[in-house]
Design a binder for this molecule. Sequence first.
Ligand code: ZN
Length: 277
Amino acid sequence: MRISSVNNRFHVIDGDVALDIEHAGNGRFAASGFDIYERWNELTDWVHSIPADNYRPFDRAAIGAPVAMPRQVFAIGLNYRDHAAESGLDEPDAPLVFTKFPTCITGPTAPIALPSDNVDWEVELVAVIGKRAERVPEDHGWDHIAGLTVGQDISERAIQLAGPAPQFGLGKSFPGFGPIGPAVVSIDELPNVDDLEIGCSLDDEVLQKGRTSDLIFSIPELVARISAICPLLPGDIIFTGTPAGVGGARTPKRFLPRGGTLVSYIEGIGELRNPLI
Ligand code: ZN
């Protein structure tokens, strides 16, 4: 199952057609918010019962973030072996968890306004929480994931790394710094959830290309480690870390220019296309 928010209403996407969930169910599921994530398994069963002639053509340009304003946004630093290596840092022995504030979340084709010449890219696999998770053991971690989507952890490096003990939150939270989408995709739709190609490009130039099999801490382990401290709520999102190829780790460093389009993709999930302005 693939769920997108089209004109701020949840739809099931099937190729070129879509099902308006709230309309088709006569209000059984809400058109926005966290309800569908909390009741993801019930939604899945219901969707399978709806005949195909209820689906209609839709406007892809009207797709927004699948969670417009999550209550909590977690992000993980140095979670790919090749990215830890390019950063010249040891692989962490526990996840490095920080936050992006929820007002930075935007849609898969929204423009990103660059506030400076120090803005970097980080394509990431993003996990969307289904039912609430509190002190969940790792072997039940997947039970609390509704699905997966594509994200960019856009980062203003000067602000992120300023000060004697850098605090990542603000430098990663300008408006537009958290594009996600285009759909939340159920785990069973993906060929091999533990080994998906992930990458991004600036116009036609490849910037990052990796595989999720290079992750140090898996999604179920992240659910266990985070929920041991913070309960995870329906619709919360976890940016799971970025593979090698970010601009700040290059010599010389390189950052995003205004005028291009940043294209970010994950095999089997879809792509973001964000103009840089
Ligand atoms: Zn990141």
